[in-house]
Each structure stands twice: as C-alpha cells, then as structure tokens.
Write a protein that binds this ligand. Sequence first.
Ligand SMILES: Nc1nc2c(c(=O)[nH]1)N[C@H]1C(S)=C(S)[C@@H](COP(=O)(O)OP(=O)(O)OC[C@H]3O[C@@H](n4cnc5c(=O)[nH]c(N)nc54)[C@H](O)[C@@H]3O)O[C@H]1N2
Ligand SMILES: Nc1nc2c(c(=O)[nH]1)N[C@H]1C(S)=C(S)[C@@H](COP(=O)(O)OP(=O)(O)OC[C@H]3O[C@@H](n4cnc5c(=O)[nH]c(N)nc54)[C@H](O)[C@@H]3O)O[C@H]1N2
Ligand code: SF4
Ligand SMILES: [Mo]
Length: 746
Amino acid sequence: MSTWKKTTCTFCALHCGLEMEIEDNHIINVRPDPDNPRSKGYCCRKGRTSKYYQENADRLNYPLKRVGDGFERITWEQAIDEIALKLKGIVEKNGPRSVGFVGGAGANTHSSGPFSAALMGAIGSQYMFNPVGCEFMCLFWNMGKSLGRQFQFTEPDEERLEVLVMWGCNAYVSHQMINARAGIRELSEDPDKMFIVVDPRLSETARISDIHVALRPGTDSLLLRTMIALILKEGWQDQAYLDEHVSDFDKVKPWFENFDIEEGCRVCQVPYEEVHKLCKIFTTRKWGMHVDLGVFMGRHNTMTVSLQTILMCVCGQFLMPGGTVAMGALAPLGPETDDHDPAIWKLHATGYSPVVGVFPEGGLAPEILNDDPEHIRALLVGMSNPARSYPDTAKIIEALKSLELSVVCDVVMTETAQYADYVLPTATPYESYDFGIFQLDFPAFHFMLKTPVVQPEGERLETGEVWLRLADAMGYIPELPKALYDAAANKSRMEYFAELMGYLTANPQYMPISIFIIGKTLGKAMGSVQKAILWAVMMMTPPDFQEDVVSAGFTPGSAMMDDAFQAVCDNPQGIRLTCGKPENNFKYVKYEDKKIRLFVDVLDDYIKNITPEKEEQALCPSEEFPYILSAGSHMDAAHNGWMRNPDTYQYRKPCMLSVNPEDCKKLGVENGQKVRVTTKAGSAEIEVDATYKVRPGYVIMPHQFGFDFNGKRHGVGANLLTSTDDCDKLTGDPLWRYTLCRVEAV
Ligand SMILES: Nc1nc2c(c(=O)[nH]1)N[C@H]1C(S)=C(S)[C@@H](COP(=O)(O)OP(=O)(O)OC[C@H]3O[C@@H](n4cnc5c(=O)[nH]c(N)nc54)[C@H](O)[C@@H]3O)O[C@H]1N2
Ligand SMILES: Nc1nc2c(c(=O)[nH]1)N[C@H]1C(S)=C(S)[C@@H](COP(=O)(O)OP(=O)(O)OC[C@H]3O[C@@H](n4cnc5c(=O)[nH]c(N)nc54)[C@H](O)[C@@H]3O)O[C@H]1N2
Ligand code: SF4
Ligand SMILES: [Mo]
C-alpha cells in the first residue's frame, strides 16, 4: 500500500510544494502540491525527478575511512573520535587558521549551517567557504556599503511593478522567481506590463521577453554608466527621490558627467535609440529587477551591482513599492564582516576579505597550497563539492591531496569525497528535517519545514548532528544539567526556553555554543537536531522580521515565534509566515538617517576606467584566446551537482559547448563534433552544439557535468577551464561568465 505525503522541493530557493507517493520507504511518484500557499500546484522538471536524487547507486550508507587507495567501513564512534583527535592535534600545533570549512549553506538547505558555523566558532577559525563566495559576494558587499547591512537580498516587487527586468538571469530555466515559467508567460502576455531581459545571448527567457537587450558580453558596467549618464543629461532623474533617500548623490554624480554616451552604446553593441528608449521606460514606469549570475559571475561584477543600485536610485525605484525591494530574513546567512574591521581575517595567500563571513571560492586552493605556516591544513566539507564547483579543478585536487585531514559529509560519493580521509553519510531533506531561509516572495513570505517522507537507510545522520557530535568529541560542549534535558523532554517549549535562558545567563561563556546545547537537549527530545534548530532560529529572529510576522496575523508576545514554529510544524505544505509592508521598505536601511549611501571610495578609481575607449581595448580578443567562454550555464534538468543519475537527463541535450554556426564554419567543425577548449587554467574536449542562440566569438558550456556516477565519468566539468586568478579585484567574486579561451577542432 502506498501513501501520499506532503513536502517541499529541496533543489532551489522556491521550495515548491510536492506530494510524494511512498511505498516501502521509497518515493515511487512525485506531483506538485496544490495546497502549497506559494507554488499553488506549480513545480518544474527537477522537482518531479526528485527520486533520482533521493535514490541512486552512489548514495552513502555508512561512515568510510580512507585505507590506501580505497575506503573501509567504520563505525560512527570511530569516525568521530578519530577526526576529533586529528583535528585537535592540527589546531593545537598550527593554530585555528589551519582549519577551513566548505559548505554549510546550499541554494536552499540551511538547517546544518548553524552547526557548522558554531563548530568553526568553537575552533576559532573564520575560514568559511560556500556559494556566497561565487555569487552573492558582490551583492552583499554593495549592500553593506549602500544600506549598512551586508546580508540583504533585493528582488522585484512583482505584485506592484509595471516592468520586470531580468538582468543576467535565465529564470525560465533557473526558476529564480516564484512559479517562473507560468509567471513569465503571464507577464509577457499582459498588455499593461512589460518584460525586459538584459543578456548577451538569446536565452530561453530572452526569447519571450518584450525587449531583449543583447549587449556585448562583459559590458554591463559600461552600459549602466552610459544609461545613467544619458538619464542625467536628459534631466530625467527622480530628483525628489534622490533628495529624500540618498545622502551622497553629489559625490557620485561626477562619474557620469562628460561621458561619451554614443561611444558607450557602440562599444556595448546596443543601438543608441534602444538605450534611449530603455532610459525613458526606466524613468517613467515602475520597474523591479532580478539580477543573477550573468552579473554576479560577469566581468566587473562588483562595479556592475553598484551601478545598478545607482540606476535604481536615479530612477526613484529602489526600496519603493513596485520597484526593487529589500527582502526580510528569518536569520542572517552569516555575520556582518566589514573589510575595515581589523578583527576580520584576510586570506594570507590572496589577501581577500570575507563578506557575511564567507571568503571567495577562488581563495580556497591558494590558501591550502602555500608555504605560510598558518595555511589551511584540514578541511571539513558538508554540502559542497569543491572538486567540481570551485575554480581550477586541477588545482583544487592538488590542494585536497595535500591536506593533512579532509572530511566530507555528503549524501553521495562525490569527486571531493574521493580524495577525503573520512566520508560521512548524511540524510537528504526527504529523510530528515530541513529548511531554507532564502526569501523570494514579497510582501508575504511563505515558509516551510521539511518533514521526513521516508526514513534514512543505513547509518545516515542529519548533517547538523554530524557537526554536533564532532564538537562534542572535541570537548567544546560542557556537561549539561539534567534540568535542561528534562525541560526539553517533558515541559512546554516556552518552559524549556526559560530553563535555557536561565542556564545561559548563569553561564554566559556558553552563549557561542548555544546551538549545540539546544541540539543536544531539545534536538534529542524532538528526534532531530535540525528541527530543534529551526525553533531556535525562529525564537531569535530579528525584530524587523517579527514585525512582519505580526502583520501575517500572529499574536504579538513572547510566545509569538513559538506559535509560528508550531504552525510551521503542523503544516508540511507551508504557511504564510510574514507579510511585509512595501511602503515601509526603508526600514532595511541600517544607517540612522535611513538614507542610502552610493559613494564608495574604492570604486572611485575603478569606475574611471570603465570608459568606452578603455573597455574597447580590454574587450579586444587576443590572438592566444580569441573566444569568450561562459563557463557554466545552469541548465534545466539538473540542480548544480545534485542530480547525478544520468536517467535525469533523458531526452535532454547532454553536456555540450554552444557555438555559433559561423564560428563552427571557421573552426571547420560540424554539430556534434568534438573541439578542444583551452584557457590559461586548463584544457578539455567537448562536443559542439551549433546554435544561433549564441553570438559569434562567444561559447557556452553547462555547469552541472564532469561527475562520476556508478563508476563512470559523465560530461566535462566547467571548472577544468576556470582559474582562481579570474576574480573581481574588489571582492574576489569570480568572473566565470567571461573566461578567455581558444577553441580548436580535434
Ligand atoms: N534548472 C536549474 N535551475 C537552477 C540551478 C541549476 O543548476 N539548474 N542552479 C540554481 C543556482 S545555485 C543558481 S545560482 C541559479 C542561477 O540562475 P541564473 O543566473 O539564471 O543561471 P545562468 O544559467 O548562469 O544564467 C545567467 C544568464 O546570464 C547570461 N549572461 C552571461 N554573461 C552575461 C553578461 O556578461 N551580462 C549579462 N547581462 N548576462 C550574461 C547568460 O547568457 C544566462 O542567460 O539557478 C538556480 N536554479
Ligand atoms: N564554473 C562554474 N562553477 C560554478 C558555477 C558556475 O556557474 N560555473 N556555479 C556556482 C554556483 S551558483 C553554486 S551555488 C555552486 C554550487 O556548488 P557547491 O557549493 O559545491 O554545492 P552543490 O553542487 O549545490 O552541492 C554540493 C553537494 O551537496 C550534496 N548534498 C545534497 N543534499 C545534501 C544534504 O542534505 N546534506 C549534505 N551534507 N550534502 C548534501 C550534493 O550531493 C552535492 O555533492 O557551484 C558554483 N560553481
Ligand atoms: S522551481 Fe523546480 S527546483 Fe525549484 S523548488 Fe520548484 S520544483 Fe524545485
Ligand atoms: Mo548558486
């Protein structure tokens, strides 16, 4: 007999509602859940193929230890004890800088993050690496400067806008907006609304836009500088907004004076008339913008985000109803780490600073592979696969091999795990409790806790539990009073809360490890440390978020967040947790005067170099590397590295390099034939997909391939071709969408 159970998809920040048919502890069917208050019966291909992620030949069941070239099964006790002993030895001998952590936060899986962060805090190391370090660094760095708070997502106010702008995002495929395909189609068919895509190629999203701004790859900053100059020259700026909401517009204004607008358009390869029309729309309509990897991994990424913020302010659209708004957050993704704060570490090898406590991915391998006595010697990896997802695969593998200790906790045997000393099996979010904090809906935020639909097989543990056990074995958790265990097991959660607060007030030195204390006590009582930590996260949510919880109908008071937690537990399809006020979005500006800052001194020199002449020179193809490689588009059938079973890709184009047919002719290659792509970092052979969707001189490969499944390699990894050097000089955010390369027939 099968039963249908409700859950939410774990692959991206949308958390679409799913119903899963379960028989004998296996997922046999998946369908979208009409009761989910956000997705309302929508889901994409990835959600429907969840069972390939849940069940596949490479799932890990038992802890493994490296022995020679292979692995042998060991017990959890042995694994944790040995790792704890070795890690302590390394830290005692070399200091806390010798330990790095990779992972802890995925696109959507955040329940183990508090545990990994607390473990690193207890060790005393700040070296945290995760995908913030390859995508959101430039955004968060800029938000830190302009709003005074780094961890701040901004999204279009879809309900109220007249024009939706997708800048460097292929949402029709990557689903980076609610019910993306349905929403985009609806919008593009609405005669009163407009859909604009800024993308150098004819992406699936651009194809159904009203206006496709097909700029030359890598010229976003130049286009933005040109547009702002044009708006100011025409006097179209929203001066009332600038006067009221921006504290230093006079300081950035000179960046756009005496600027050759027509030359800017020519170098970006966007006709002047089109730029003029775009500026008119942006200064007369309400428009909101979603920005993604085309910008975050594009040339000048940090500068581009800064100029986008200026553009939104000049048009009076930033933090305004119908414009681009700041999203609330149940919890911060990491600490605020101002690069001027001397207590914040910089990487020795590359000098990079963190943003929201996360270092750039390009800094990892160099920090392991250097002679500094304090270099990283031990790496803990949980929910990441740097051997595939970090730049320069050859260098990362060399780095992994050189480590004194490496530990990987994953659901499958990954390419990184293959080099680890210990490989620890973890439960998926369909076998455990899990949640993600990213908010993409506004003003209402719908939230859900994933509750197991199947039971974990073998000895798989929640990832959070693994880090808790390690912290315990390392001696970071004191013996806890019986009263705390009792309160967790036998009293109400609010009574437990009082007991916990009493203990922490009497023992303030244990505040930094309160996550572990809650995990050990309440987690034990609930049968899940990750569920318990959601309760703690909700109880500690910031006041600006709590205000919006009240607006969603919860009764204010000390137990409000506990009530909200209960509502989340009772509704596996999700609940409306908050309701923000679009007209009150300036509450997210953390400066006392509630005004946006646009001037940053280090940008002053940077922007002066973004001129038509200098850019034209810089963009000129070199003889050695005449092509631009967009290294890693996110394609439809897979989610990053999570879908390894090739059955997931059935009926889809496999891993191929998109090349314009004119270039194919020049190279003397036919569709389907192999070419060799060479960059300064490496070289790889890949089949050609001849398509007019990419312009001449520009080639694109997907990001999800180059993995081993069931003993066989599938496709080519994009990071065989990326370099740790190709990073933005301001933040270290990588420039993978603009990798110079050579293409040759083989
Ligand atoms: N199906 C699927 N969905 C996913 C994922 C997945 O793997 N598969 N991964 C998830 C994750 S982790 C992420 S971060 C998101 C990523 O979501 P997206 O950012 O939408 O993914 P990309 O495929 O990188 O699309 C970026 C777009 O930017 C364009 N672009 C490239 N260079 C430039 C440039 O110089 N300027 C501009 N303006 N545009 C440029 C590309 O042509 C492309 O259309 O997707 C998420 N959703
Ligand atoms: N060249 C190039 N490189 C890229 C990109 C690109 O476009 N081009 N995209 C970048 C982007 S946007 C991202 S987000 C990163 C993603 O890269 P990573 O940060 O490395 O993360 P993922 O590939 O999303 O997932 C890593 C691992 O998490 C495991 N996993 C799944 N569920 C769980 C769980 O519940 N617990 C644990 N412990 N593990 C789990 C999966 O099996 C997988 O092996 O890649 C980046 N790398
Ligand atoms: S859009 Fe697709 S991948 Fe994202 S949550 Fe929904 S079903 Fe899952
Ligand atoms: Mo990502």
